[in-house]
Design a protein around this ligand. Structure first.
Ligand code: HEM
Length: 302
């Protein structure tokens, strides 16, 4: 079985030692804002997040991977982490990606994919080996195909983000409802054109966000896709059918960005307030150990 330590080790082989930096999603920007709930979530969950009062939000937008100099025009996932602090003081974390699916049905398949991407002693990646691994492990393909078909965003604030894993709402009676969350920009998605992907510099997303927020807040709808009885909860490489019911849980407003307010946050996706629970997805469960190791390392300058 793959462990959190295995992932931290392979990230170091892929990105080199990056002391003091996140071992995944190394490049990113902090932002702050607030969350205003609708009354829809309260029908499924006892969480204080949905009880009518506003929560404050600490946000971080990021580039996937361990490279702090990642190229922001490349076809790779972008990420978002949100820490909600509710009026009663309780906290709830989410961390998702721009892709609706993850590249592997299990920690082992994902780890194997990363291992094929480790360069040899000459610094070369054997891409034929990567392609062969993908064919032999078809659960790596849906995310790859999605990234080829969808250009990267022109702003961190103008793209959909997906929780990818299944979670459960739990209501006052203990009744559970499976769901997957997503954040949808209220003004719709804005993606780079092929020409912009060639012309833009490697780094523009943090400045662009700051400039956009100087004109006023950016808004996302937090939505929940409600699962049906036979929708699987343990395979993040697969999306649920398109026709599932979607409810709007509230609006996330981003008001400013560019400070260091997220540096001490570990966006552990299993650190959930009462009223929401993790599913049996092994990748989701494993993320806690990997994030904790990364958090400890980066805070201690390793
Ligand atoms: C086995 C699978 C995974 C591993 C080993 C892994 C590992 C990591 C690590 C080590 C970090 C840095 C944490 C920190 O220093 O605070 C990170 C950050 C992040 N990961 Fe993952 N991850 C995995 C799967 C996922 C999935 C499925 C998603 C999305 C659904 C995701 C989204 C993110 C995001 C958005 C961040 C940045 C959080 C921030 O800004 O601090 N990861 N990941």
């Amino acid at each position: 079985e793959a462990t959190g330590v295995d992932f931290i080790n392979v990230f170091e082989k892929l990105a080199g030692k990056q002391p003091g930096v996140r071992k995944g999603h190394a490049k990113g920007v902090c932002a702050v804002g607030e969350f205003t709930p609708t009354d829809a979530g309260g029908r499924y969950s006892s969480s204080a997040l949905f009880n009518g009062e506003k929560s404050t939000a600490n946000i971080r937008f990021s580039m996937a991977g361990g490279n702090p100099a990642a190229n922001e025009t490349e076809r790779s996932p972008r990420g978002v982490g949100v820490k909600f602090t509710m009026a009663d003081g309780s906290v709830h974390y989410i961390a998702g990606l721009t892709t609706p699916v993850f590249p592997g049905k299990s920690p082992e398949v994902f780890l194997g994919l990363l291992e094929t991407l480790v360069p040899d002693e000459q610094g070369k990646v054997d891409f034929s080996q990567v392609a062969q691994y993908r064919q032999e492990h078809p659960s790596t393909l849906p995310q790859f195909n999605w990234l080829q078909a969808n250009n990267p965003p022109s702003s961190y604030a103008s793209v959909n983000y997906h929780g990818i894993h299944a979670f459960y709402f739990v209501d006052d009676q203990g009744k559970k409802t499976k769901f997957k969350w997503r954040l949808v920009p209220t003004e719709g998605q804005k993606l780079l054109t092929k020409a912009q992907m060639k012309q833009l510099p490697d780094t523009f997303l943090a400045d662009k966000l700051k400039e956009e927020l100087s004109q006023g807040p950016a808004h996302f709808e937090l939505q929940a896709v409600i699962g049906q009885a036979d929708d699987v909860t343990n395979n993040p490489s697969q999306a649920w059918p398109e026709d599932r019911e979607v409810i709007t849980l509230g609006t996330l407003s981003i008001t400013s960005s560019g400070d260091n307010s997220c540096d001490l946050i570990n966006f552990d996706p299993n650190a959930l307030a009462q009223g929401v629970e993790s599913s049996d997805d092994r990748i989701l469960r494993l993320r806690s150990t990997a994030y904790a190791i990364s958090f400890g390392k980066r805070l201690s300058g390793q």
